[in-house]
Write a protein that binds this ligand. Structure first.
Ligand code: GLY
Length: 369
């Protein structure tokens, strides 16, 4: 097992990465479950796959699980579900010092974390991420949120968990498409500031995704360590460092909006294509070598993620994609900062990007063979 410290000032915690952590849930929580009743929020897919394992660990150690089993999917991150779940926690008389467990992917982690942030002005929670995307990104760093009709993740809070338990066994029951989509957030760390890790991904990603357990532990632990380093430097995304984690997300978000946030394009797939677009735009602006941008596109395409905007077959132009970007949380005084690259492992925040130029470039990409 790998143990990665997240050195948030005043509230440090650990991320533990290894196989079999769900079966050892109670000992892994090391005394944090101080009452007999333990509230656990999950979705019906995760409950079907892992509910019995988690329940056995709790009961064998003298606890009684209080399950809240929600529908899978983004619609669960809603005002209604936030209110209902907070009321449910109040009915269980959860106190500020108690821990709520979030067992699932990003939707469950984001909703549970937000509930924990507002319950009695903040109570504790433990992230037990069961998807690759949640293990390497959303469960670490304390971003919590719900969606509203105005957009995704527009209402939320920074609220750090007390512990993250990333069980690699959970990846074995994950649909292949979700596993691959989560990989986009792994390779992202290589592109941000770690060219050696990108080279590792280039060599090892196929075997890692095919199931090699040592490679999986390395990929998840290394990604978490990267995220922990960045979050410890800029917890509240004020210095620009944490913003680097949004590489690929501005372009990706526009693509998700254009495809109706549907299964036509999963979030991780949109991020993968968004990173390719960011690299190609950077090359077009002569910020990075064209060969490096095409190296990124080749890796992402060969691993099975989308690497061509034209292949998405959208019925829109570049201006329409830019229109979606204007609702981005990062909009600042009428300008939108973009994450661009000077090379592999050299991402930076550029506040001088012309949206007209981006629209023109996207027109070219939509037509590119
Ligand atoms: N997923 C981006 C961040 O945590 O800042």
């Amino acid at each position: 097992m790998a143990v990665i410290p997240v050195d948030i000032a005043g509230r440090p915690y650990e991320v533990r990465v290894g196989a079999g952590l769900l079966a050892e849930l109670v000992p892994q929580c090391r005394g944090r479950l101080r009452k007999r009743g333990v509230p656990i929020i999950t979705d019906s897919n995760v409950h079907a796959a892992w509910g019995a394992v988690v329940e056995a660990s709790l009961r064998d150690n003298g606890h009684e699980p209080h399950w809240r089993i929600l529908p899978p999917g983004e619609a669960t991150k809603s005002w209604d579900e936030l209110a209902a779940t907070v009321n449910w926690l109040l009915s269980l008389e959860v106190e500020r010092g108690d821990h709520i467990i979030a067992l699932g992917g990003g939707v469950i982690g984001d909703l549970t974390g937000f509930c924990a942030s507002v319950l009695k002005r903040g109570c504790k929670f433990i992230q037990v991420p069961t998807t690759l995307l949640a293990q390497v990104d959303s469960s670490v760093g304390g971003k919590t949120a719900i969606n509203t009709p105005a957009g995704k993740n527009l209402v939320g809070a920074f609220h750090q968990p007390s512990l993250v338990l990333a069980d690699l066994s959970a990846l074995e029951t994950l649909p292949e498409r979700d596993l691959l989509a989560g990989y986009a957030e792994v390779v992202k760390y290589g592109l941000i500031d770690d060219a050696d890790f990108f080279a590792w991904c280039d060599t090892n990603a196929a075997a890692m995704l095919a199931g090699d357990s040592q490679l999986r532990e390395y990929a998840v632990a290394h990604s978490v360590a990267s995220k922990a380093r960045i979050v410890a430097e800029d917890e509240f995304e004020t210095t620009g460092k944490r913003a680097l984690l949004n590489l690929g997300h501005t372009f990706g978000h526009a693509l998700e909006a254009e495809t109706g946030f549907s299964t036509r394009l999963l979030h991780g797939e949109a991020v993968a294509l968004g990173m390719v677009i960011a690299a190609r735009y950077s090359a077009r602006r002569e910020l990075m070598p064209r060969a490096s941008a095409e190296h990124i596109a080749r890796h992402i395409g060969e691993i099975g993620l989308p690497a061509s905007l034209k292949a998405l077959d959208l019925d829109c132009d570049g201006a329409r994609l830019v229109e979606h970007m204007l609702h981005d949380k990062k909009m600042d005084g009428g300008t939108l900062p973009f994450l661009l690259l000077r090379g592999i492992g050299q991402t930076y925040l550029d506040k001088q990007v012309s949206l007209e130029d981006v629209a023109e470039f996207l027109d070219e990409e939509l037509a590119r063979g």
